[in-house]
Design a protein. Structure first.
Length: 385
């Protein structure tokens, strides 16, 4: 046991330090990918979906139901109706299916459109665990099975690329296609030639934890793991650190803008403030998912504590996977120049995919470039068997 005891304390320090760096880098990478999206996540968070006491009703023409995906875990599912091939819309981090309230009805002429609010957000259950990529993918499949949808197309925005790639990698027979809307980043497709700082650091932390748990007499296992770390993990991480060293001076996460008293006087004013902040209009129904409505009509407090929202986001980060094999037809739409590198990586790594680059678009590409996205979605769907 001498060997094991001599390694416990140093590895604990390394793991703790790695987690701090990973958390820092995740926030900085998010800021670089799309600071507007990151700001919106900080402002919105998630919530338990309380009803509005003022009697406001969502004008979007959907039906709401709840689907059990696990013991004591139910997900909100919106059904906008329509006929034809089923489409399932998945929102980005911090958002609910209501973010598609304006977009989804424009697809119902030819398709039956659904939206899922993932666990931890909106009116869906908020369990303490179950936020790994594959568990979230399993949630989507549980809804698909419960609704008896025959090989739907999954349409995901931003972090929803995690669920899309998880399902496509493990159960391609369950779906007929994928549409990544500003969602084909490294968490959705991992390029082993380039790696990814956050994902690779998470994998290093997992290996160090395994290393720590090895019994002192398992000499061969200790040796094999040390060899793997020295030959594979540490050289890759050294490359990341050198790149990080070059970019650190340019990294800065500005403080999140905050609405003033006048902006909180009503949801109409709050919606106007958000529109100015983002340069586009998020559905008011989505904003109401995240803030309570006071009796006088003013905007109330956040429906869920910010610390809990951050904990859920951290759990999702920790559960990211290295997806490298997208086995179904895919469309990936990117906002460039914001996502030029990601678009090039996805196009090279998934040669069967159709990659579309929209110039000067917003991260919320289905809102900022709605007509373009609808056109590309239609072209892709028409070509599916």
């Amino acid at each position: 046991m001498i060997v094991a005891r001599t390694h416990v304390f140093p590895i604990n320090i390394v793991i703790a330090s790695c987690r701090k760096v990973r958390s820092l880098m995740k926030s900085r990478v998010s800021a670089l990918v799309g600071i507007v999206a990151a700001v919106c996540v900080l402002q919105l968070g998630c919530n338990p979906g309380k009803k509005d006491p003022g009697g406001w009703h969502d004008p979007s023409p959907h039906r709401t139901q709840f689907v059990a995906v696990e013991n004591n875990v139910r997900l909100e599912v919106l059904d906008w109706g329509g006929s034809g091939r089923p489409l399932v819309l998945l929102a980005g981090l911090g958002h609910t299916a209501h973010v598609f309230d304006d977009f989804a009805p424009k697809l119902t002429a030819r398709y039956h459109v659904y939206g899922i609010t993932r666990r931890g957000c909106g009116a869906s259950s908020i369990p303490e665990d179950g936020y790994s990529a594959d568990r979230l993918g399993d949630d989507v499949l549980a809804v698909v099975d419960a609704l008896r949808l025959k090989r739907p197309v999954l349409v995901g925005h931003s972090i929803a690329g995690v669920e899309l790639s998880s399902v496509a990698t493990r159960h391609p027979e369950k779906i007929s296609g994928l549409i990544y809307l500003e969602a084909g980043y490294s968490y959705a497709f991992y390029d082993s030639s380039q790696g990814d700082f956050v994902i690779d650091l998470g994998e290093l932390i997992r290996k160090l934890e395994q290393f720590q748990k090895l019994p002192g007499d398992a000499v061969s296992k200790w040796q094999a793991m040390v060899d793997e770390l020295l030959q594979k993990d540490l050289p890759l991480f050294e490359k990341h650190l050198k790149e990080l060293q070059k970019t650190l001076p340019m990294m800065h996460v500005p403080p999140s803008p905050q609405p003033g008293p006048a902006d909180m006087a009503s949801f109409a004013a709050y919606h106007s403030w958000f529109t100015k902040l983002l340069g586009l209009s998020i559905p008011e129904s989505e904003l109401r998912q995240h803030r309570e409505s006071n009796a006088d009509g003013s905007v109330g407090k956040e429906r869920i504590a910010p610390d809990l929202s951050k904990a859920i986001a951290a759990a999702m980060d920790a559960g990211e996977q290295r997806y490298t094999d997208i086995k179904v037809p895919a469309l990936a739409v990117y906002a460039v120049p914001l996502a030029t590198s990601a678009a090039n990586t996805f196009e090279a790594g998934v040669p069967s995919a159709h990659v579309v680059r929209l110039q000067d678009a917003n991260h919320y590409i289905f809102i900022s470039n709605e007509a373009d996205v609808l056109r590309e979605v239609e072209k892709f769907l028409v070509g599916l068997p």
